[in-house]
Design a protein around this ligand. Structure first.
Ligand code: C5P
Length: 230
């Protein structure tokens, strides 16, 4: 049995600015998407057999050619993404093979520098029987819930809050069931499983699995890459 990975990479990256879609922005001379694929391949214990990448419509062929040298013996499929991240994941999920896959990872292209041990931890937890698994790190800010007028409604106890990263790992039939229902305002795949009443397991994430979102994140990405190459 092996793992398939879905990479939603179809976002425009408006918060990052610039003309190029976020996944194609370069750090250290290579796109964030290439870094993400290379990072996944480095997680050898995950047994990655299939990559399905959702990209902006019209870029499928060029992305296929760019990524082919990096996936080794794994199967590569590239599909046009949708308007929302969950639409992109759903489009990619349709191309994940039904047979021989015991874990599906969903991994943001923008979390390009996740260390291999986090990926392997997620896959190991799914293989140990957890149907849905997310990597998490503690939150360092105090988090408040506010009303539409900006007034604070409550301050949850920070010690029980975590920030959620990717890759998130799923038992394949659960992920298909979770995405069978279209829901608005979906920001990760685990929340679709929570709606089905499925318990989601957490494992330790990493500061290096941050999501490239704003311009200064590119500087952090450059720094991490330089550290790893030194
Ligand atoms: O916008 P955000 O940073 O939350 O996006 C997370 C990931 O989802 C990124 O890798 C982005 O390319 C992807 N995405 C997508 N399709 C969309 C929107 C975002 O594949 N319509």
């Amino acid at each position: 049995m092996s793992t398939a990975v879905i990479i939603p990479a179809a976002g425009l990256g408006l918060r990052l600015g610039g003309e190029t879609p976020k996944a194609f922005r370069e750090v250290g001379g290579e796109s964030l998407l290439v870094h993400a694929v290379r990072g996944l391949k480095a997680a050898t214990a995950a047994d990655l057999a299939c990559f399905v990448i959702a990209v902006p419509a019209g870029t499928e062929d060029v992305v296929f050619k760019e990524l082919e040298p990096y996936v080794g013996a794994a199967r590569l499929r590239v599909v046009a993404g949708g308007a929302e991240r969950s639409d992109s994941v759903r489009a990619a999920l349709e191309l994940v093979p039904m047979d021989g896959i015991d874990c599906i990872l969903v991994h943001d292209a923008a979390r390009s520098f996740v260390p291999p041990e986090v990926i392997e931890r997620v896959v190991a937890a799914v293989r140990s029987g957890a149907p849905a698994v997310v990597p998490v790190i503690p939150v360092t800010d105090t988090i408040k819930r506010v009303d539409p007028g900006g007034k604070v409604v409550e301050t949850p106890d920070r010690s029980v809050l975590v920030a959620v990263q990717t890759p998130q790992g799923f038992e394949p039939s659960l992920l298909r069931r979770a995405h069978a229902v279209e829901v608005v305002g979906v920001t990760d795949d685990a929340m679709l499983c929570e709606r089905l009443g499925v318990a989601v397991q957490t494992v330790e994430g990493s500061e290096e699995a941050f999501k490239v979102t704003r311009p200064r994140d590119l500087l952090l990405a450059e720094w991490i890459l330089a550290e790893r190459r030194s």
